[in-house]
Ligand binder design. Structure first.
Ligand SMILES: [Zn+2]
Length: 324
């Protein structure tokens, strides 16, 4: 067995998480840095990554372990060359040749991938989809990201940006989206949608929003998604209904994806997936009602991701070892 380690780096909107990962997907040691803000130069972001990687290399060295490669997962569009970040919403990167910029400083082979691709890879190798060969990953955060694995291989698309499921239109002439269109899926089935709907009830002074209002001391602007999940877990019927509504739209989009890709499993990850069955059971119900050819075709499973926030880091590391 290969006992060399790989380093995975997950660059998110608020933090850069990095870890030493073994061939079984186990994180042996980890570190983190704050993500430099959007106005920082690409060089500052590279310094942050290099600093975290060097800390892990020194730790591995102290343990007498070799590190064979470094994988980076970043939110945004990553070119099909797996070396260039075309666009990253949280950072100043525009057509940033990240692999080449970092290569000279880190001294290990480097691969770059989209963060949802990295998470999907981790779930398919070590997590919720480990027995499946056709996997659709859906990451529910502020928006919706995704990734596609067909016959055990990530499918990145001609230009490297396949899997941006959040901007499929599910409602004609629906809610305006920051992408410029209307009715995008992520306007109905994301963390932002959950918060928007909850705030709508609160500002309308709806009596059903009393529990939620009390949790933010009467100030709707203080509401965040995890608070709705917490209220739902503690039995607030309105919070449950809000999550069920998000779940309903989740299932509508999944039925469309099933028609296109025919996977064996949908893995639901990202922060909103922490709501678990409160979200996923309503998604299964609307998926079954909307599935094209329902009753005449096998149904894919819809499950919560197993690796939580570590999936991006673990997947980036494993992809750097030569995963495809
Ligand atoms: Zn959109």
């Amino acid at each position: 067995m290969n006992d060399e380690l790989a380093i995975g780096v997950d660059i998110g909107g608020t933090k850069v998480a990095a870890g030493l990962v073994d061939a079984e997907g186990v994180i042996l040691h980890r570190t983190r840095r704050d993500t430099p803000d959007r106005s920082s130069s690409p060089r500052v972001v590279e310094d942050t990554i290099t600093d975290a990687v060097n800390e892990l290399l020194a730790w591995a060295d102290g343990e007498g372990r070799e590190v064979e490669a470094v994988g980076i997962g970043a939110a945004g569009f990553v070119g099909a060359d797996r070396g260039t970040v075309v666009f990253a919403p949280h950072l100043s990167w525009r057509d940033e040749p990240l692999r080449d910029s970092l290569g000279g400083r880190i001294g290990r082979p480097i691969t770059v991938d989209n963060d949802a691709n990295a998470a999907a890879w981790a779930e398919s190798r070590f997590g919720a989809a480990r027995d499946e060969s056709h996997v659709v990953m859906i990451t529910l955060g502020t928006g919706i990201g995704g990734a596609l694995i067909i016959e055990n291989e990530l499918r990145r698309g001609q230009f490297g940006i396949a899997g941006e499921f959040g901007h499929m239109q599910v409602v004609p002439d629906g809610i305006r989206c920051e992408c410029g269109n209307r009715g995008c899926w992520e306007q109905y089935a994301s963390g932002n949608a959950l918060v928007r709907e909850a705030r709508g009830l609160m500002t309308a002074r709806s009596p059903v929003a009393q529990d939620l209002l009390a949790r933010v001391h009467g100030d709707p602007s203080r509401l965040a998604g995890p608070l709705v999940t917490e209220a739902a877990r503690e039995g607030d019927p309105t919070a449950r209904e809000l999550l069920a509504e998000i779940g309903h739209w989740l299932g509508v989009g999944i039925a469309g994806l099933a028609a296109a890709f025919d996977p064996g499993i949908f893995v639901i990850g990202g922060g909103v997936s922490a709501a678990g069955e409160l979200l996923i059971e309503p998604a299964r119900e609307s998926y079954r009602r909307r599935l094209p050819g329902r009753g005449y075709r096998p149904e894919a499973r819809i499950v919560e991701a197993a690796l939580g926030p570590d999936a991006g880091l673990i997947g980036a590391a494993d992809l750097a070892r030569g995963g495809t």
